[in-house]
Design a protein around this ligand. Structure first.
Ligand SMILES: [Zn+2]
Length: 278
């Protein structure tokens, strides 16, 4: 398989989920070998922040990247759509530090990428072959991520919340999954009981019922939204995991099995995996 970039420039505008700040963002076609690189057009010299796990800075309810003191927040839904739709090279210019949350899913990104179409480039795509079984466990959260050799790519997620509304759910992605239909439309979610604390910590300033499912335990979802899939929360956690794992810098040839994944766990596991998979 050859590397691919976008055929045209794509533009998005919205606000950041955590900062609440307005942001305008453009995805530009980029040459082979470039990878996914963010540039802050609001800063002098537009310093680059490559979307690589070594640049993961701090994950508090979303992933954050930092290079030379320049931060990019909440890139995971965009990264998920780019990687699952086969975009290897793109320059992402944005005029604020947080990628727009849009409707809380990756659907607007997936739809725009599919509409633009991809341009095949000359250089073959590189893959990261999983050489031997790897397990990462976090005793504090009970989270576990296993990465195993596999012919192709697959990822399975199990979520297990102390919640009557969500409870235990599973979701799976593999080479036969229609990402745009089955994963991209699944929205981010939070619990109503957490909102006060999250706001107190300066998070989710841009959060609303337009970009998140809110669980009001034990009654159900606030506003009684129509779920895209009965297991929409698990599918969203899978969407997030696929975005976080794209920070490997190349697609994995292997199978990821994740129990109670989250951005911190995903990126810690990926970093440790890359260090040992030599
Ligand atoms: Zn998410």
């Amino acid at each position: 398989m050859k590397q691919h970039t976008l055929r045209t420039v794509l533009s998005f505008s919205g606000k950041g989920l955590h900062t609440g700040r307005p942001v305008s963002m453009q995805l530009h076609p980029a040459p082979e070998g470039h990878g996914i690189v963010f540039r802050r057009s609001d800063l002098e010299g537009e310093p680059p922040v490559p979307a690589l796990v070594r640049n993961v800075h701090k994950c508090r309810r979303s992933t954050a990247l930092m290079a030379d003191g320049v931060r990019i927040m909440t890139p995971e839904h965009l990264l998920s759509a780019l990687s699952c739709l086969g975009v290897d090279n793109v320059l992402v210019r944005l005029d604020s530090e947080e990628v727009p949350i849009l409707d809380g899913s990756a659907r607007p990104y997936a739809d725009a990428i599919k509409a633009a179409g991809l341009l095949e480039q000359d250089t073959p795509r590189k893959y990261i072959e999983v050489k031997r079984p790897f397990v990462f466990e976090d005793p504090r959260s009970g989270s576990r991520i296993a990465i195993d050799p596999y012919d192709g790519f697959a990822a399975e997620v199990t979520i297990d919340f102390k919640s009557k509304v969500i409870g235990v759910q599973e979701a799976r992605y593999d080479d036969s999954t229609d990402y745009s239909l089955e994963i991209a439309p699944c929205r981010t979610f939070c619990f109503r009981r957490e909102i006060f604390m999250l706001r107190l910590f300066g998070l989710i300033k841009g959060g609303s019922l337009d970009n998140a499912l809110v669980v009001d335990e034990p009654r159900g979802y606030v506003g009684d939204p129509v779920l895209t899939w009965p297991n929409e929360p698990a599918r969203h956690k899978l969407l997030d995991l696929l975005g976080d794992f794209s920070l490997a810098g190349a697609p994995l040839r292997g199978k990821i099995t994740a129990y109670k994944p989250g951005h911190r766990i995903n990126t810690l596991a990926l970093r440790q995996f890359l260090e040992t998979n030599i």
